[in-house]
Design a protein around this ligand. Structure first.
Ligand code: SF4
Length: 317
């Protein structure tokens, strides 16, 4: 008698192997490179040439010889890569993969704030649209936000769009920080009570949290930092177990990086749906049909690049 479960499993694995093989063949034929954000599903991280945070990946793009980049992330990330490498074809395999945080502010909102605080400088989290970056003085990441805020001459800073990261910076800086009420629904709505209940099961674990989280969750954490900071922290500390208060994709990334340590999601369903809207099938389609290349308005891109460059100049000091 034929074992149908075995046959189904076997054929599923064969199909997956063939799909991965086809992606890698297409990638080589087109001299393309696949980049995946830390929040991407594990199977995508596993076939990517580079896995990292958004700015890290955009910086990598500038040094790559490949003319085509498949950027597995959300639209503002692919857009940032295009701003920094306009000569390259940047493919976003799922064009509807947006970031709710980046979408939470429009250029009219920022224009209004600038009118209200004419002497303030605008610091814009990299999780923002090209139009928002173009109206800003400086970009920042979660890792360098405090350094950027502290380094610029202005005493008043309009910090957009994330109130989670912005209020975290506000706690650490002596400057006047004007916040915008944007937020990442994945991080800002984390429930501290739910996290406490998880922690009761692992009392010796460290809780590592993204600064986009709300204050109650940040305050109870052992460490607060962006995805790059979390990777570094887990490498430098000796906890057996880490409760991870950021997207589930980081569990895959951290577990691969440190296989002897245990990484557990701090609450159920911490998952960015847009980040998970990319699949191996969509990457294959994207490479096969050159789908969907990022286009940016060159004049807006020049202004947005200036804000990114201003950040990089401070970062390198
Ligand atoms: S996790 Fe939040 S900030 Fe990150 S891409 Fe998703 S919505 Fe945007």
């Amino acid at each position: 008698m034929i074992n149908t479960t075995f046959v189904l499993k076997f054929s599923k694995e064969s199909l997956l192997e063939k799909l991965v093989h086809d992606i890698l063949t297409l990638k080589e034929a087109q001299n393309a490179c696949i980049l995946a954000h830390n929040y991407q599903p594990g199977d995508i991280q596993d076939i990517a040439d580079f896995v990292g945070d958004s700015l890290e990946l955009s910086n990598i793009v500038t040094h790559l010889p490949n003319p085509t980049i498949v950027f597995c992330g959300v639209s503002f990330m692919a857009e940032t890569a295009k701003i920094l490498s306009p000569e390259k074809t940047i493919l976003l395999p799922e064009p509807t993969a947006l970031c709710d945080l980046a979408e939470s502010i429009h250029k009219e909102d920022l224009q209004q704030l600038k009118k209200q605080y004419p002497h303030a400088s605008v610091v814009c989290y990299v999780n923002s649209s090209i139009e928002t970056k173009a109206l800003s003085d400086y970009c920042c990441t979660s890792a360098n936000a405090l350094k950027i805020v502290e380094s610029i001459p202005a005493d008043t800073i309009i910090f957009i769009p994330d109130q989670g990261l912005g209020s975290w910076i506000q706690e650490k800086s002596h400057k006047e920080i004007i916040l915008y009420p944007g937020s990442c629904p994945i991080h800002f709505l984390l429930d501290p009570h739910e996290i406490s209940r998880t922690w009761e099961h692992y009392p010796k674990a460290a809780l590592i949290t993204h600064p986009e989280a709300n204050k109650a969750v940040r305050d109870m954490s052992t460490y607060v930092g962006g995805t790059g900071g979390m990777i570094q922290y887990a490498g430098e500390t000796s906890f057996d177990t880490y409760l991870v208060a950021t997207d589930i994709g980081m569990i895959h990334r951290l577990s691969k990086e440190y296989p002897t340590k245990r990484f557990i999601l701090a609450a159920e369903k911490i998952e960015c749906k847009d980040m998970k809207s990319i699949s191996l099938q969509k990457i294959h389609y994207s490479l096969l049909h050159n789908y969907s290349p990022i286009e940016v308005d060159p004049s807006v891109a020049i202004a947005a690049k200036r804000a990114i460059q201003n950040m990089m100049d401070i970062q390198q000091k």
